[in-house]
Design a protein around this ligand. Structure first.
Ligand code: EPU
Length: 426
């Protein structure tokens, strides 16, 4: 197994280009199951999760070809409707094949994903929604075994809590249903807008993009499509926070600032200068007399989009350990998303967890020291990378396969910003 070594304490400077969004690529790849033919996806990040999803699709009979960031998926010869435990347990997003398989074949068998490092993450909303469309779902042997006789029937589906993959799954199920489906209190993350654009290009009729009220007018058939994956807003935020935490300055390109309203506002409140164009964000510290900048401590509360994203909570906490005061970080989306706290504490961070909130007592910009730490999930790992870059001395991060699930060319991109970072065998 590999580990990541960081010699910290050096400001990051320069430019970094953002890859396509993992969480947009996965549902768009699932959408190719809806109809036979060759689909072309552009700006697809080369990550452990996108490779696992290709394997899952290949297992169903899809043929794939990859040329740089272009992925061609040919779903003409699908011969299987089962997503096995071996693949689903490594990536929960595999559940996204349920909706499209049911829409196209009237049956699907998908393993239940099981527990996860950040919370229970049930899929009851997905199942409830499918049942509202007429699907019969049986839970047997750890699998959802689902079928529908004839086309699904449009209906009104209400989400108790907006669910990202729940909304995506039900959109893909409803596009070929008879009649109209309305998703109320739906999630409106930018990745859902990307999926709606792809589905509408395929011939679907979905209204309400970027709102929590989506109307799907069922159509009889769809065509293969060509679509571009949006930039990864979480990767964008991670690099912005890393640059800020090291006292550096830089420009993140190929991104969409409109997808990060809450983070950009919080960074400005914390004292950073942020300059946006349509597809880039520059970040720097104001001119100062002292060599070390002063970071204001600013509270956050994670919320569905356009609120502060849970996928940037851990990284922001690493930054706030360097703040000048106390702040409260409240996690409202997942019940167990503070696994990074104990690891950050090993580096000198002062954090107290109380239920869904973490109280962070900032130690100032030179407050962390390198230590051996362990990655526990994707975003917790990136918070340790940020802490390691800001800390004095050496940080060894083990179990970095988590990082490889969601950050394309991390070492190369950080090195391009001047970071001293490399991989070694454990
Ligand atoms: N929920 C239920 N029942 C359901 C579905 C969700 O109770 O059937 C609850 C969840 O437990 C959670 C809340 O609803 O408390 C929202 O979860 P959501 O369904 O939106 O999460 P998800 O679709 O499983 C996606 C991302 C996650 C991201 C969350 C929240 C993908 C593939 N995954 O997960 O990304 O944290 O939305 O924004 O899109 C990551 O990339 O590191 C990651 C974990």
């Amino acid at each position: 197994m590999e580990k990541l070594i960081i010699e910290g304490g050096f400001p990051l400077h320069g430019e970094v280009r953002i890859s396509g969004a993992k969480n947009a690529a996965l549902p768009l790849m699932a959408a190719t199951l809806l109809t036979s033919g060759r689909h072309t996806l552009r700006n697809v990040p080369d990550l452990r999760d996108t490779r696992t999803f290709v394997r899952l699709l290949e297992n169903l009979g899809v043929k794939s070809e990859r040329y740089d960031d272009v992925l061609i998926l040919d779903s003409t010869h699908l011969n299987h409707t089962e997503a096995p435990y071996d693949l689903v347990k490594t990536m929960r997003a595999s559940v996204l094949v349920l909706g499209p398989l049911l829409a196209r074949f009237g049956k699907a068998k998908v393993s239940l994903p099981g527990g996860c490092a950040i919370g229970a993450r049930p899929i009851n909303f997905h199942i409830m929604g499918l049942e509202r469309l007429g699907v019969i779902c049986n839970l047997e042997g750890g699998y959802v075994d689902a079928h529908v006789d004839g086309p699904m029937q449009g209906n009104v589906i209400y989400f108790d809590i907006p669910s990202v993959t729940g909304t995506e799954n039900l959109l893909m199920a409803a596009v070929l249903a008879e009649g109209t489906t309305v998703l109320k209190n739906a999630a409106r993350e930018p990745e859902i807008g990307n999926l709606i654009d792809m589905l509408n290009t395929m011939g679907a009729r979905i209204d309400g993009r970027d709102t929590d009220n989506l109307t799907v007018h069922g159509v009889k058939e769809l065509n293969p499509a060509e679509c571009t994956i949006i930039p990864d807003r979480i990767e964008t935020g991670t690099y912005l926070i890393a640059i800020a935490a090291t006292g550096g300055s830089g420009k993140v390109t190929g991104c969409n600032p409109a997808h990060l309203p809450a983070l950009l506002e919080k960074l400005r409140c914390a004292g950073l200068l942020i300059d946006e164009t349509a597809d880039s964000i520059s970040i720097s510290w104001p001119a100062r007399l002292r060599e070390v900048p002063i970071l204001s401590s600013v509270d956050i509360k994670t919320m569905p989009f356009p609120g502060y994203p849970t996928d940037l909570q851990a990284q922001y906490m690493a930054l706030m350990t360097l703040g000048s005061d106390i702040c409260v970080i409240t996690e409202t989306i997942f019940e167990n998303r503070f696994m990074h706290v104990a690891e950050l504490q090993r580096m000198g961070a002062r954090i107290r967890v109380d239920g869904h909130s973490a109280v962070v007592s900032g130690r100032g910009m030179q407050g962390l020291a390198g230590a051996p730490v362990m990655a526990t999930d994707l975003r917790a790992s990136s918070s340790l990378v940020i802490a390691g870059l800001a800390a004095s001395g050496r940080t060894d991060i083990s179990r970095i396969y988590h990082l490889e699930r969601g950050y394309e060319n991390l070492v190369e991109k950080l090195s391009g910003l001047g970071a001293r970072v490399w991989k070694e065998q454990e």
